[in-house]
Design a protein around this ligand. Sequence first.
Ligand code: C5P
Length: 300
Amino acid sequence: MTDANGPAHGAGTGAVLGAEFAPAKINLALHVTGRRAGGYHLLDSLVVFAAIGDSIVATRSDLPGLDIDGPFADGLDTGPDNLVHRAARAHEAAGGRVGNLRLRLTKRLPVASGIGGGSADAAATLRLLAAIAPLPAGQPDAAPAIAATLGADVPMCLRSTPLRATGIGERLAPVPSLPRLPIILVNPGVAVSTPAVFQRLERADNPGLPAFPPEFADIAALAHWLRATRNDLEAPATAALPVIDDVLTTVRAAANCLLARMSGSGATVFGLFADDEAATSAAARIAALHPDWWVVATHA
Ligand code: C5P
């Protein structure tokens, strides 16, 4: 999809200034531990980032704007409310010399699906602009503060490394190093409203994550630790959209699946596998059974 100006004037006609990857965010565990005055919930989440994601390319253009292409471009608005625009405006307001740029967002992740999406795109825009439209020399990095104004998940996506997120998602801490995680992502093609899922949550005062071990020796050790954790949004999301339960059951039943769980507020479900081959064949089988679902094998 492109905006009214069309692709003929868009990205690709000028010099490419830079590109940035916007990896999918996966909440391996997501505990809701409280609720703040004002409505936002307190979380305790182990988050990793996948090798699949959206991407953003910037070109010099005398026609600034945003183009969107890719398998999930349809229905996305290129207008001023798009998080990519909002990130660029905030970077400019902080002193970044954005100038005449045209951005092209390639949308490979389903929209409103619990794996970052718009938050990852906003964070990637901030990283890209920090590189190609820097703030004046000596000015401290504004990206983390800007990220927090754009959404609860944007600060973690800005970092895009494995981390533990607390607060409303903006307090980020390192985690023990993780093994390579062969993962499949499965989305049944239903968009989920995050506020609606939080509203259906029965209890917000759940315990936080258990203590982390000094290290996860291998994926089996991580899966073992994860089995004592939850995604507290899984029950309210599934109550609203029972198809998520079908996805969970299907992924869980795949050969060699170590753990299946919903990410974020859904509807995407991830499956953890012992090796890439098991993940790839599970993805192929599920895609054949459910041709209308989005299914990918990747790793984090
Ligand atoms: O910050 P973001 O725009 O991603 O959040 C979308 C909505 O999800 C919020 O308006 C809020 O209803 C809910 N939310 C929440 N607690 C969080 C994050 C999001 O209640 N920690």
